[in-house]
Write a protein that binds this ligand. Structure first.
Ligand code: GZL
Length: 320
């Protein structure tokens, strides 16, 4: 091949790859569960920010924690012919038919932060933490904190039927199994909200004669823990001391509680699941690159030893 042809070929190749790498504007539908917790609010904020930074048109639908609203939103996105769909599924079951419809329409679906029981050929990938591991990290902290002391635990579960409620319960029980001195004496859903967390903790305290025999609270998210801390204080007990408090999410307010000695440990869940989701969609939409079926985010334990006030300052303006 002559030098000129080689030069022309290389130039054409470079031009083609430049055109290919120029951001193609995408329209992506996002079916969000609601705004039940500080963590959920941060996930929504960061998803909008990520979309804006990438020139993605984001069609946002808040389901007010109702699955039927999410299914309606997905059908609307499909009818509009969006390029892709983000779904944070409120519960794990009941998604097969609408995911089949998205597949029929050749619209890739990416799951955010919660899983579905549907077959994994009905979604492109899922971005989330290892929810069982989060429960194990919380349980292992409590095992270390109480040693051989008798410890009656009350548990505030997340939304009934959601993958975090199922898996965080499993993980915590894995961690405390084999430690006969630690047992869960009451367990009920607080639906991931502060209000319900407070209400259910009040009922636990009442049912347990004021709570003197309760050693620890395990809450599936920080918002329920913050609500429960209020109930513990109103019952005349000292949260973080009379009743240890361990939860999950690592939202700013739990660090304020830790700094005040009213909470003991939390397991971090990143609210920026959209970044990895958009990266996977970009590669797939551009040249059909198939991502891993599960893109795992980290789970880090924070305790009172981790300068909670400083962590609060770092997190407080991140959209929670
Ligand atoms: C877990 C996520 C949970 C958060 C809660 O991945 O789905 O939902 O832990 C939120 O704060 O309500």
């Amino acid at each position: 091949m002559s030098k000129l042809h080689a030069l022309l070929g290389a130039t054409a190749l470079a031009a083609a790859s430049f055109a290919g790498s120029a951001a193609i504007s995408q329209t992506i539908g996002f079916s969000q569960i609601g705004s039940e917790s500080g963590w959920r609010a941060a996930e929504t904020t960061l998803t909008h920010q990520e979309a804006e930074a990438r020139g993605i048109e984001l069609k946002f639908a808040d389901a007010q924690q109702k699955q039927e609203n999410q299914i309606k939103a997905l059908r609307s996105f499909i009818a509009q012919g969006v390029d892709a769909i983000l779904l944070a599924p409120v519960v794990a079951t009941g998604w097969d038919s609408v995911l089949e419809e998205a597949k029929e329409a050749e619209i890739p679906v990416v799951l955010l932060d919660r899983m579905v029981d549907s077959s994994d050929d009905l979604y492109l990938t899922a971005v989330g933490s290892d929810l069982v591991h989060e429960g194990e990290v919380a349980g292992e902290w409590l095992v270390g904190a109480v040693g051989d002391e008798q410890c009656n635990v009350v548990e505030l579960q997340g939304t009934t039927g959601s993958s975090p409620a199922i898996d965080r319960k499993t993980g915590f029980e894995n961690a405390i199994s084999g430690h006969d001195n630690i047992s869960i004496i009451r367990s009920q859903t607080g639906d991931f909200t502060r209000t319900k967390g407070k209400e259910v903790m009040e009922s636990f305290l009442k049912a347990e004669g004021g709570g003197e025999n309760i050693c620890a609270l395990y809450a599936h998210n920080d918002d329920m823990a913050v609500g429960a801390i209020q109930a513990i204080k109103e019952a005349g007990l000292q949260p973080g001391e009379d009743i240890l408090v361990v939860s999950i999410d690592a939202v700013p307010d739990i660090f304020q509680a830790m700094a005040a000695g009213e909470a003991n440990a939390t397991v971090e869940l990143t609210p920026n699941m959209a970044g990895p989701a958009f990266d996977a969609l970009d590669a797939y939409l551009k040249d059909g690159t198939m991502p891993e079926k599960f893109i795992q985010t980290e789970s880090k334990l924070y305790t009172q030893d981790d300068d909670p006030q400083a962590v609060y300052e770092q997190k407080k303006d991140l959209g929670y």
